[in-house]
Design a protein around this ligand. Structure first.
Ligand SMILES: [Fe+2]
Length: 550
């Protein structure tokens, strides 16, 4: 069966193509439209579809629109109720629902030749759940699944269990109670962009003390049926509101810390309830925007009841395109294959990359090993724009569209945040050779998708200061030679030169822009930022060769 998945309703519009239960392509619309998060999550934009990513998914697989068996849309307007009835103050919500109802017609217009009858609505949290439960590595037995986000149709949470590819829902917390909306509210209060900058709040939290935890335990409570309640919170009573981009003080870090810790406690309680209700499933799969909170995820692994915790790398709404497609493929009789990696987006052949370099008239070489060439520049404290293979699905750069640097120089954090125009309190993350992980870090292993924080062992903190956050943690990506041979080679070569099995890895983009996707965007970034080497597939472009100074 050929199923195209579509996420379009709130933010992070995306498309995914599942053929015979296997995902063959998945991409976020922002990588095509170059508009971060695709669109703002307002009702007025709900009709907009991931047209470019959907067309690319089909073209990349050589599938015509009329050969699709179904289109899976990750929101079911039939489940919606009046916003006021579910306790939301969203006077235009009816418009969102109206647009969703007409999605089959909008899709038929965007994908000429599509029969609108082939469009199936998938409940939002079922789509999230499928992106976790059906895409996770095989567990050997039942897989518990926990979804937490801002909102879907009428809920913000789903706890359930996958048994033989079928989901049994166990509890779903109804709106307006929402851990995702709670975190979004706080994000707004701290002067950041909600539905976008929540990870900055998480980073800020590690600078503070949870002074308001007692109060938050009263305001955010778990219930004994597997759900939770969130009261209205007067944020200003705990820390004054920050204007957009305004100065942050200790009180703001303390508030962020308090909410972060309470979130972790609630997630732990929900996961324990789910463990019991699912009959002791040993594996937990997670999705929903809250599952991108890698600090909470790490605590869940450390203190929760599960042997294994797997988080969908596209845990935010973009991942519902994949989940909806997997869910419908299952309904049509296909058995899902676990996803092999997050590199599901666009890629270019070596010949195509070389043609792009020629077109740009850039002086390039083809070294015997691009990995060794990049390692040499990194060991010399240079910054490398690393562009290899297919682009990543989800918000993390995982060695395909990455900006790399030396972890041993304390000044690297400032330089990288300068290159990217980011706030200086933001940490940068390490990638490490899988076989060296345990020597440097404690915590979840393997961690190929950077969805958990790890403790840097004390003896390594001074050796890799650039990736050690203020609280002694790092958000590690483990690199496995079987799945990422070129990155593994780079790390091995860097270690040979420096004794450090770690390289700084951050996403290949500049502030406010989506990650680089095409070779041309990689060259544009290289030309406009102080990057020393562009490693475009097997080709090398050195800053020095351009006649500029480092
Ligand atoms: Fe969601």
């Amino acid at each position: 069966m050929r199923v195209l998945g579509i996420n379009a309703i709130f933010h992070d519009p995306a498309a995914a193509l599942v053929v015979d239960g296997r995902v063959v392509a998945a991409a976020e619309e922002e990588r095509f439209s170059r508009r971060k998060h695709g669109k703002r999550p307002v009702p007025f934009s709900a009709w907009e579809l991931p047209e470019l990513s959907a067309a690319w998914c089909l073209a990349s697989a050589g599938i015509d629109v009329d050969a699709l068996d179904a289109v899976a849309y990750s929101f079911d307007p039939g489940l919606c109720r009046d916003a006021a009835d579910v306790g939301l103050s969203d006077p235009w919500d009816w418009l969102r629902v109206d647009y969703a109802r007409r999605a089959p017609q909008f899709l038929a217009a965007a994908l000429p030749g599509l029969d609108p009858e082939k469009v199936r609505f998938v409940p939002h949290h079922v789509a999230h759940a499928a992106s976790a439960g059906l895409a996770a590595p095989p567990a050997g037995d039942d897989t518990a699944v926990l979804v937490l986000d801002g909102r879907g149709e009428v809920a913000s949470h789903l706890a359930g269990v996958y048994r033989d590819g079928r989901l049994t829902p166990l509890y779903s917390q109804q709106l307006p109670h929402s851990l995702g909306l709670l975190y979004e509210d706080l994000t707004r209060h701290l002067g950041f962009l909600h539905s976008s900058d929540e990870y900055k709040v998480m980073a800020l939290a590690s600078y503070g003390q949870p002074r308001h935890l007692g109060q938050l335990r009263d305001l955010v409570r778990v219930t004994d049926d597997g759900g939770f309640q969130v009261e209205r919170i007067d944020w200003s009573s705990m820390a004054k509101a920050v204007a957009a981009g305004g100065e942050l003080a200790e009180e703001h870090a303390d508030l962020a810390s308090s909410v972060q810790v309470r979130l972790e406690e609630v997630i732990l309680d929900l996961s324990r309830w789910l463990y019991d209700a699912s009959g002791g499933a040993t594996t937990l799969a997670m999705a929903g925007g809250v599952a991108l909170n890698c600090v909470a995820n790490a605590r869940l692994v450390a203190e929760g009841p599960y042997r294994d915790v797997w988080v969908q790398p596209a845990a935010g709404d973009s991942g519902t395109a994949l989940g909806a497609a997997l869910h419908v493929a299952g309904e049509l009789g296909d058995r899902s294959a676990p996803m092999a990696g997050a590199d599901l987006g666009r890629g270019w052949s070596d010949d195509e990359l070389e043609a792009e370099l020629r077109r740009a008239a850039l002086p390039y070489t083809r070294p015997a090993s691009i990995a060794a060439e990049a390692a040499r520049v990194l060991a010399d404290n240079g910054i490398v724009a690393w562009y290899q293979g297919r682009s990543e699905y989800g918000p993390r750069a995982l060695g395909h569209r990455s900006l790399l640097a030396h972890p041993g120089d304390p000044d690297t954090t400032r330089r990288m945040n300068d290159v990217k125009g980011r706030e200086q309190f933001r940490p940068i993350a390490p990638m490490v050779r899988a076989e060296r992980f345990a020597e440097l870090f404690d915590g979840v292993y393997p961690s190929p998708y950077m969805l958990f924080v790890h403790r840097v062992k004390p003896e390594w903190r001074d050796r890799i200061p650039a990736v050690t956050h203020v609280d002694g943690t790092a958000r590690v990506q483990t690199v496995h030679a079987e799945t990422e041979p070129v990155v593994a080679e780079l790390l091995a070569e860097f270690e040979r030169r420096t004794g450090l099995p770690v390289v700084v890895n951050t996403s290949l983009n500049t502030a406010g822009r989506p990650m680089v996707d095409t070779p041309r965007e990689a060259m544009e970034l290289f030309g406009s930022a102080p990057v020393d080497l562009l490693a475009l597939g097997p080709f090398a472009v050195h800053r020095g060769a351009l006649g500029g100074a480092r």
